[in-house]
Ligand binder design. Sequence first.
Ligand SMILES: [Zn+2]
Length: 165
Amino acid sequence: MNKDLGNITNADVWVALKEVTDPEIPVLSLVDMKIVRDVKIDGNEVHVTMTPTFAGCPAIYQMKSDIEEKLRELGFEKINIDLSFKEPWSTDMLDDEARLKLETFGITPPTKHNGNPTSAINAEVKCPYCKSNDTTMENPFGPTLCRMIYYCNSCRQPFERFKAL
Ligand SMILES: [Zn+2]
């Protein structure tokens, strides 16, 4: 591939990465998830810094290869992906837009905890469908590490809650 990369800006890379979805939460992109932290273009090379979410997250290899594939489509020949643990990832980083996307998808967004995730354990959990707080935890281990299964006593639907971290 010999595309002219001269016109590609950081903003273009961010837009492209907004299309790379989280393998475990496909309704959110890696940008929505605040997993992609930084982008730097250097000639036909690009550097992406990402912060993994849950410790030992098995999806990290999938995310890296999805990012690589997307940036190769843009024409980059050399793609460097660095992991950064400087500022640990937290569900508090998810903005209102990301939270709304989760809720619309049927996942209760993670409780905001201001740096103290254990405070979220006893928080009321709102059903994403009918917004009732009359909910019960069914299983702390959902389909992925970051999700728990709940049941809504009001609309009688099972749903998932995104664990606060
Ligand atoms: Zn409900």
